[in-house]
Design a protein around this ligand. Structure first.
Ligand SMILES: Nc1ncnc2c1ncn2[C@@H]1O[C@H](COP(=O)(O)OP(=O)(O)OP(=O)(O)O)[C@@H](O)[C@H]1O
Ligand SMILES: [Mg+2]
Length: 390
C-alpha cells in the first residue's frame, strides 16, 4: 500500500501552481547564472500563514541547486540575531559545497564571518551596543560593510569554482528587527552598486506586514520587489490533491475533489490536511479511486487537527488580544469593521490599534482593506464562539 503522499504542515512533494511566482525566482537566478551579476533587488513574497510562502521558497531553492547555485537558507526569528544567522548559514553552505575561499581570500573571509557573528550576533557586543544607543536613523555602517564583504566573497568563491552563484533565502523576514532589515537592504543596495561583481540573488518571504516594515527600515526599501501570494485557484487546488496521488497510482472522483476544494477555499494547508485525512481513512492501493465517502470518513480527523491549531492560536494570544478576537468572532461576519470590534471590546476605536497590529503580525488575522480584518484560518471564528465565556 503506498504511503500517504500529503504533507499538511510540511514542504509539499509537488508544488501545485505558482508558475508566475516561480518564474520570478527563475528570472533572478538566470541573471546570476548567465551574467555572473547580482540578480536584482530583494524579491519578497508576502502572504498570511499557510498560503505557501515556505513551500515556494523551498521549490526555488531546489531549482537553484539544480542550476548549480550554492544556497543559504535562513529562517529568521526574533529569538536569534538575523545577521549573525545569515553569516552562519552562508558559511555552512559554502563549507558543504566545498567552496570556502582558498588562501588569503579564505583567511579574510573567515575573519569577516567571525566579525559579523561577533559584532551583530552577541548581546553586549560592539555593534549591538551601538545599535541600541543610536538616536539617529543612520544605518549601522560597520555591520553593512562586513555583511557586504561576506556576501561578495562568498558569491565570487562559488563562481570561481564553477558554480552559478549564491542564493540567499530568507524565510519569516517579518521577524527581523528594523535595524537588521536596514543593514540587509543597505548591503544589497551597495552590492547593486557593483552589480557585475556580485553573482548572487536574495529571495525572501514573510507575513503581509513585511513590505511596510522593509519600507520603514530603509528609505529605498520600496525598491524591493513585493509579490503577494494568494490562495490557490480551483485548477491548482485540484492539482494539490491529484498530483501526489497520481504519482502513487491513485485517483480521485470528481465529486470528492469538488467537495474538498469547496471546503478548503484555495487554502493550501487545508487541501493537504483533508487530502491526508481522506487518504488515511481509505488507505488506498495503487489503482484505487478516492471518493466522497472516503472524504467524509476522514473529515473528523481533519477537523480535530484544525481545532488543535485554533486552540494553539487562542492560547498564544494575550488577554487583550483574546478580547479582540472574541469581539471579532461575535460579529459573526467574515470581514469585521474596526468599529464593531471596538464596540465589542467596550473601547474607543482608536485604542485597539496595538492588539490589531500584533494579531496581524502573528498571522491570526489579516487586513482586507478599508480597515476591515478577517481571520486567516477557516473556522477560527466558530471556534472562538464555542469557547466558554467568549
Ligand atoms: N503550491 C502548493 N502546492 C501544494 N501544497 C502546498 C502549496 N503551497 C503550500 N502547500 C501546503 O500548504 C501548507 C502550508 O504551506 P507553507 O508552510 O509553505 O505556508 P507558509 O505561507 O509558509 O505558512 P507560514 O506563514 O505558517 O509559515 C503545507 O502543508 C504545504 O505542504
Ligand atoms: Mg512558512
Amino acid at each position: 500500500m503506498p504511503d500517504n503522499p500529503y504533507t499538511p504542515g510540511q514542504v509539499p512533494r509537488i508544488l501545485a501552481g505558482r508558475t508566475a511566482e516561480m518564474r520570478r525566482i527563475e528570472d533572478r537566478l538566470a541573471r546570476v547564472q548567465s551574467f555572473g551579476e547580482l540578480g536584482g533587488p530583494l524579491l519578497v513574497f508576502h502572504a498570511p500563514r499557510g498560503i505557501g510562502k515556505t513551500s515556494l521558497l523551498r521549490a526555488g531553492q531546489r531549482r537553484a541547486i539544480e542550476s548549480g547555485f550554492v544556497t543559504a537558507w535562513v529562517a529568521c526569528s526574533r529569538q536569534q540575531p538575523v545577521l549573525a544567522e545569515i553569516a552562519h548559514k552562508v558559511g555552512r553552505a559554502l563549507e558543504q559545497a566545498d567552496a570556502v575561499p582558498a588562501g588569503a581570500a579564505g583567511h579574510r573571509w573567515r575573519g569577516q564571518l567571525e566579525r559579523l557573528t561577533v559584532e551583530v550576533g552577541l548581546p553586549g557586543a560592539k555593534v549591538q551596543a551601538e545599535l541600541s544607543r543610536r538616536e539617529t536613523t543612520a544605518p549601522p555602517y560597520a555591520a553593512i560593510g562586513v555583511l557586504e564583504g561576506l556576501l561578495h566573497d562568498a558569491a565570487t568563491a562559488v563562481r570561481e569554482r564553477g558554480g552559478a552563484g549564491l542564493l540567499l533565502l530568507l524565510d519569516e523576514l517579518h521577524t527581523a528587527s528594523a535595524d537588521e532589515m536596514s543593514v540587509l537592504l543597505n548591503t544589497l543596495q551597495n552590492l547593486d552598486g557593483e552589480r557585475t561583481e556580485n553573482p548572487l540573488a536574495a529571495v525572501a518571504a514573510g507575513l503581509p506586514v513585511t513590505p511596510e516594515a522593509l519600507t520603514r527600515a530603509a528609505t529605498f526599501g520600496e525598491r524591493s520587489t513585493f509579490v503577494p501570494l494568494d490562495v490557490l485557484n480551483e485548477a491548482d487546488a485540484r492539482a494539490v490533491l491529484t498530483a501526489p496521488a497520481e504519482a502513487a497510482g491513485v485517483s480521485w472522483t470528481d465529486g470528492a475533489l469538488t467537495a474538498i476544494v469547496t471546503e478548503a477555499r484555495g487554502y493550501p494547508y487545508l487541501l493537504q490536511l483533508i487530502g491526508s485525512s481522506t487518504w488515511d481513512a481509505a488507505r488506498p492501493a495503487a489503482g484505487d479511486r478516492l471518493g466522497l465517502p472516503d472524504v467524509r470518513r476522514g473529515l473528523p480527523a481533519a477537523r480535530e487537527q484544525l481545532t488543535a491549531m485554533h486552540r494553539a492560536r487562542w492560547g498564544a494570544a494575550t488577554p487583550t488580544e483574546q478580547s479582540f478576537l472574541a469581539a471579532m468572532a461575535a460579529a459573526g461576519t467574515d470581514n469585521v469593521t474596526r468599529a464593531a470590534i471596538a464596540a465589542g471590546m467596550g473601547r474607543d476605536s482608536r485604542s485597539i490599534s496595538a492588539p490589531r497590529e500584533r494579531l496581524i503580525e502573528k498571522g491570526v488575522i489579516e487586513p482586507v482593506g478599508h480597515g476591515l480584518v478577517r481571520f486567516t484560518l477557516p473556522g477560527f471564528g466558530a471556534f472562538v464562539r464555542s469557547l466558554d465565556g467568549a
